[in-house]
Ligand binder design. Structure first.
Ligand SMILES: Cc1cc2nc3c(=O)[nH]c(=O)nc-3n(C[C@H](O)[C@H](O)[C@H](O)COP(=O)(O)O)c2cc1C
Length: 334
């Protein structure tokens, strides 16, 4: 979870409980210094997060990348160089990923939101590079942050539920599983809240789940207390879909920042970074990196608070260990 939500402390705690802890590569490093040397500062900050996480766990770590980042290739190469073995790639088609990561011991895991996109990626990788995915994260419409659906599709989210999408994805990957003689695990994500949800996903054929929202309200999550409190205080009606300068819809908590934006229409942007290829600075209504960093730091009045659809159901902050134990005991019960 970016920006700065899933960093070394959260990722290593998850890895220590037997999960795969994912570090977000997005928007890292000193903001002032980034004005002059954006790529270098982001690279060094990512190296530091990976090394910190490594010092806290021997478990499995992944790094998440967004295809729309202007320096995504550099960040991916950096992570591989730092020994990361799981590359998770979303917000853009990872067509060139196998060229960037030639090392076959590194697992390539694209995030997809439909069987059509899964098939497209796997077909191109097979034809061009003779390689297939090592896993796929199927993210449904209830997830947090940027979503791989149109606003119209999100209005009819039941039609695109993971329950509906999962069998379709499992069907299209069969060809590649047969050809490459191995399973391509599909990890379900988006709105998975408790052990019962995990059991349902596994019974439908998922190999695992990816959870975001619930891990925001853990002690190890890097965001400010104000960010976590916004989750605890939120109500169902506060979960809204917004237009992001990234060019995709996203889910966030309706707060002062969003109300202010609705009134003003556009906030002032000064951008020396050019962190997103998709962001048109002249016409963008706000700087999404700054808005997310503000919330991370605790200035939620001037910040965007990404969340999954189920954020309003959370009522306590617990440790990662407690959360995972709770999930596992619910799963066992089911
Ligand atoms: C605060 C927040 C930030 C997120 N940032 C990213 C991101 O930077 N990249 C990404 O691929 N997914 C991101 N996501 C999506 C999560 O990785 C995850 O797939 C999704 O939220 C799962 O749904 P859940 O939150 O209902 O568990 C984010 C989600 C949240 C809640």
């Amino acid at each position: 979870m970016g920006v700065r939500v899933s960093l070394s402390s959260l990722a290593s705690a998850v890895a220590n409980e037997g999960g795969i802890g994912t570090i977000s590569s997005i928007g890292l490093g000193d903001i002032e210094a980034s004005k002059y040397e954006y790529e270098k500062i982001s690279r060094e900050a990512l190296i530091s997060e990976i090394q910190k996480a490594r010092s806290m766990t021997d478990g499995h770590l992944a790094v998440n990348f967004m295809g729309v980042l202007s320096n995504v290739d550099d960040l991916i190469k950096t992570s591989v160089h730092e020994g990361i073995k799981i590359i998770v790639f979303g917000a853009g088609l990872p067509i060139k990923l196998p060229i960037l990561v030639e090392d076959n011991s590194v697992n390539l895991v694209p995030i997809i939101s439909s069987a059509r996109v899964a098939n497209l990626i796997l077909r191109v990788w097979d034809k061009r590079y003779g390689r297939t995915a090592d896993g796929l994260i199927l993210e449904g419409p209830l997830a947090g942050g940027h979503l791989g659906f149109s606003e119209e599709q999100l209005e009819h989210s039941e039609e695109y539920s993971i329950e509906k999408l999962l069998p379709e994805v499992l069907e299209v990957i069969k060809t590649y599983e047969d050809k490459y003689g191995r399973k391509i695990p599909v990890i379900a994500a988006g709105g998975i809240y408790d052990g019962k949800d995990i059991a349902r996903m596994l019974s439908l054929g998922a190999s695992g789940v990816q959870m975001g929202t619930r891990f925001v309200c853990t002690k190890e999550c890097a965001v400010s207390q104000e960010f976590k409190q916004a989750y605890l205080d939120s109500k169902k009606e506060d979960m809204v879909i917004i237009k992001s300068p990234v060019g995709m819809p996203a889910r966030a908590i309706h707060n002062y920042f969003l109300k202010d934006l609705e009134i003003k229409g556009k906030l002032k942007i000064k951008c020396p970074y050019r962190c997103l290829t998709a962001c048109k600075v002249d016409t963008a209504r706000y700087c999404i990196a700054l808005a997310l960093i503000n919330s991370y730091l605790g200035d939620v009045e001037h910040g965007l608070i990404f969340c999954g659809q189920n954020a309003y159901r959370i009522n306590k902050i617990i440790t990662v260990k407690e959360l995972i134990q709770e999930l596992l005991s619910e799963l066992k019960e089911v």
